[in-house]
Design a protein around this ligand. Structure first.
Ligand SMILES: Nc1ncnc2c1ncn2[C@@H]1O[C@H](COP(=O)(O)OP(=O)(O)OP(=O)(O)O)[C@@H](O)[C@H]1O
Ligand SMILES: [Mg+2]
Length: 364
């Protein structure tokens, strides 16, 4: 069994990390610990504090309260005022906008962190070429960044971040300026690169598929807090809250109430599943996409109306409204395109319904 890393064994950790801007609290006490060679994704909606947390780890911001440790050493602590600047933290950073210097060549950009560290010309050139090879750009060393495509520019930024062989690499939405196909390819490449270099990485994104593809651990953030920190598998199997399930687009969230022998959708006569004797009250559940088979309306199926539908690679993902309920919306995956306003019948496999922990236990 592997034990969770703590502040002394972790590659990066934070303890009760807070950041205030005047009266506004942007981070409300973040505790994370990431093991060496692991990738953590910070996932959450715009404004939840992802970049702020990354900047605190990088040393571009100092905490209002709490501390940050890297490789067992405290690099920032609000209580003592201890603060190591970014260049003393042995890390590399990659930003959304690449932040390349336009007046320098690709090689000059990549070599820059080595120059800052006072590394001699010959070694600098060798290491720059090695970093460019890693990202498949060794033929581009003498070009200007402006002569490169967006994807190539981002590769230059990645080469610059790894050239000094940092222990930790921080990414802030590095792929969000790229088109979808390139983004999907680069996520895989990045994961391979991080693994082959044995890097510890923190990867900020608001794209759940990027986070789940790349990370060993995902911190789902909301309004300055970590709502859940877990592996991708655990997040999908056991989302802690309806908000996490919703953000990961795992399916529809519904409120149920016990009515006689069954669990009904709240305020309706529509039964979802039988209730065990003794089960009482109300519950909130996730009905995963995979639990629902859409088809024609037949006896035993639940009637629903299609609200909207989007193609997502393996079929059409539609949001439907369940007839006879108070606006219960579910997500279904259909091989054929479903049009808004169309009626469908849903067969729901109640064994796949997930009950949230602070809700009632499964009525088996
Ligand atoms: N310098 C600042 N002064 C005041 N408030 C700030 C400052 N910088 C950020 N904030 C606020 O802090 C909150 C978190 O910002 P942050 O940039 O960390 O969000 P984010 O999760 O990275 O969002 P996005 O996905 O849009 O990049 C936001 O509400 C933002 O308005
Ligand atoms: Mg941000």
């Amino acid at each position: 069994m592997t034990s969770e890393p703590d502040a002394t064994t972790a590659a990066v950790s934070t303890a009760d990390l807070q950041l205030h801007y005047g009266q506004t609290t942007v981070l409300k006490g973040i505790d994370i610990a990431l093991g060496r060679g692991k990738t953590l994704a910070l996932l959450g909606p715009s404004g939840c504090g992802k970049t702020t947390l990354l900047r605190l780890v990088a040393g571009l911001l100092a905490p209002s309260k709490g501390s940050v440790s890297i490789a067992g050493k405290v690099v920032a602590d609000a209580a003592t005022g201890a603060f190591a600047p970014p260049e003393k933290r042995n890390l590399g950073m990659v930003f959304q906008d690449y932040a390349l210097w336009p007046h320098m060549t690709v090689g000059g950009n990549v070599a820059f962190p080595l120059e800052m560290r006072g590394i001699g010309r010959t070694e600098r050139q060798a290491r720059t070429m090695r970093a460019l090879e890693r990202v498949g750009l060794s033929a581009f060393a003498d070009r200007r960044p402006s002569d490169l495509s967006g994807g190539q520019q981002q590769r230059v930024a990645i080469a610059r971040a790894i050239v000094a062989e940092p222990q930790l690499i921080l990414f802030d939405e590095p792929l969000s300026n790229l088109d979808r196909e390139l983004r999907e390819n680069m996520v895989g490449e990045l994961a391979e690169l991080i693994a082959s270099l044995g890097l510890t990485a923190i990867y900020v994104t608001h794209d759940h598929s990027e986070a789940l593809t790349l990370a060993d651990q995902v911190a789902v953030m909301r309004a300055g807090r970590v709502e859940q920190l877990a592996s991708p598998d655990a997040l999908i199997a056991r989302p802690a809250t309806p908000e996490v399930a919703d953000f990961l687009r795992l399916g529809g969230i519904a409120d149920l109430e016990r009515r006689g022998e069954s669990w009904n959708f709240k305020g309706s006569d529509i039964a979802l599943m039988p209730a065990a004797t003794g089960a009482v009250g109300t519950a909130r559940v996730l009905i995963p996409v995979a639990a629902i088979m859409p088809g024609d309306m037949q006896p035993g199926r639940l009637a629903a109306t299609v609200l909207r539908s989007q193609f997502r690679g393996d079929g059409h993902l539609a949001t439907v409204s369940l007839a006879g309920t108070d606006h219960v919306e579910l997500q279904v995956l259909s091989r054929i395109k479903l049009r808004p306003g169309e009626s469908v019948g849903l067969a729901i496999d109640s064994n796949q319904v997930r009950w949230f922990e602070n809700s009632l236990p499964s009525p088996q």
